[in-house]
Design a protein around this ligand. Structure first.
Ligand code: SF4
Length: 245
């Protein structure tokens, strides 16, 4: 018999990732990868749902992340304002990040699909460090880890192993609730702890646990993503959750 946590993981892992979903709307593979890269670079201090709304708004204004002339700062700021994200900690850097992802793409002839297919995950990880706000402050480059693992939904990469699964806000909430979150761990130890959690929760396929935990008590409007599986009072993992409503 499946245990309730595994059952919950299987159900939550059916959700499309919001950023992958937005990227998937672009017209062809190179454009999808551009949007995915941009979404990962912008994922900081913002919920998945808010980022999805912002990226959707940007897609209405800019067809191509790498197009020239590059989108103006005013255009980006007005999209931020329209989405109610003026307080977003990354708002002042967002225009620079959009520009930087566009330049990164142009420097690879606007064919990130070919670049991805001819580079190993570790090469991709290293080169993405060039992008503004994607690798300078944390040597593990957590946003690039997210990019690499989401990229698997779109394209194969050159030979080589994928790095560990990234942390997520949901995984952190799970660890807090289980009293195993240690704020004093360094980023490398935190990543190790998160990956042990994924293996422990779903040993057969830790990727499913990583994917599913992104939705654990993840804000969505007035509620949470995970309430799409069931209301809190019928939730399979309510015993692991203090965000119960
Ligand atoms: S109890 Fe509610 S908030 Fe917590 S995981 Fe379940 S559905 Fe989500």
């Amino acid at each position: 018999m499946t245990n309730p946590v595994s059952e919950w993981i299987l159900k939550a892992s059916q959700f499309a990732e919001p950023i992958v979903e937005v990227a998937g709307r672009a017209e062809d593979l190179p454009a999808k990868i551009n949007w995915l890269l941009l979404g990962c670079a912008l994922q900081q201090g913002i919920s998945l749902a808010e980022l999805q709304i912002f990226l959707t708004e940007l897609q209405k204004k800019i067809g191509d992340v790498a197009g020239l002339p590059a989108p103006s700062e005013n255009l980006i700021l007005s999209a931020i304002s329209k989405c109610g994200l003026k307080e977003w900690s990354l708002a002042p850097q967002a225009a620079g990040i959009v520009y930087s992802v566009g330049r990164f793409t142009r420097n690879r002839k606007n064919r990130l699909d070919l670049w991805v297919q001819s580079h190993s995950p570790s090469d991709i990880w290293r080169e993405c460090g060039e992008i503004f706000y994607m690798g300078k402050s944390n040597p593990l480059r957590p946003k690039v880890l997210v990019f690499l693992h989401r990229l698997a939904s779109f394209s194969h990469m050159g030979a080589g192993e994928l790095p560990p699964f990234p942390n997520s806000a949901g995984a952190k909430r799970w660890l807090i609730q289980a009293n195993i979150y240690d704020p004093d761990e360094n980023p490398k130890e935190k990543l190790k702890t998160a990956n042990s959690l994924y293996r422990e929760l779903y040993p057969k396929n830790p990727r499913l646990a990583w994917h599913a935990l992104q939705f654990f008590a993840e804000p969505l409007g007035d509620g949470y993503f995970c309430q799409k599986i069931s209301p809190c009072k019928q939730c399979l993992v309510s015993g692991h959750c203090r965000w119960w409503r």
